[in-house]
Design a protein. Structure first.
Length: 169
């Protein structure tokens, strides 16, 4: 399976030092040019360590940024989407692939366009179910997400995932 990734999951997985789950789950991940610029180029310019980790990982995987050739009309006007979200949705639609994206509005739009989506927590749940982490490591990752102010995933979502997946509160 191949997936298209947006900045949110790419940055969050880099901050968690868990980018390794991407090839294990999806084989290949397509990075739109605008996502690469936002997550890596701008991140490096600001001195973010996670941007450096993402750059090294993407280079090692030989996953180069992909330019977009066509933007669906539904994405062209009136939407409050960033360029990364717009390109990620467009590439996922163009290639009929899973879209890894966190932002709720962009996710809803993608799903309305017939695109299957998963967010950072969904990626981690899938990794847990496929045995890439045990229950303790999975719980630790959720706790790290809850404690970090630079990973923008609401604590309530982490608690709900912990309860749904592990039966813990």
């Amino acid at each position: 399976m191949i997936a298209v990734i947006n900045s949110g999951p790419l940055i969050a997985l880099a901050k968690l030092n868990e980018l390794r789950v991407l090839p294990a789950l999806y084989g290949t991940v397509i990075i739109p040019q605008a996502v690469y610029t936002e997550a890596v180029v701008v991140g490096l310019a600001r001195g973010y360590q996670d941007a450096k980790l993402a750059q090294i990982f993407l280079k090692r995987m030989r996953w180069a940024p992909e330019p977009i050739t066509e933007v669906p009309a539904a994405l062209a006007a009136g939407m409050r989407l960033g360029s990364g979200e717009r390109e990620a949705i467009a590439l996922a639609k163009q290639h009929q692939m899973l879209l890894l994206i966190d932002e709720a509005e962009a996710r809803t739009l993608a799903e309305d366009m017939g695109i299957t989506t998963a967010g950072t927590l969904g990626i981690l749940v899938e990794a847990y179910h496929k045995g890439l982490f045990d229950a303790e490591a999975f719980t630790d990752l959720l706790s790290v997400i809850e404690s970090r102010e630079d990973i923008w995933i609401h604590t309530d979502l982490c608690q709900r995932v912990r309860s749904d997946v592990l039966g813990l509160k």
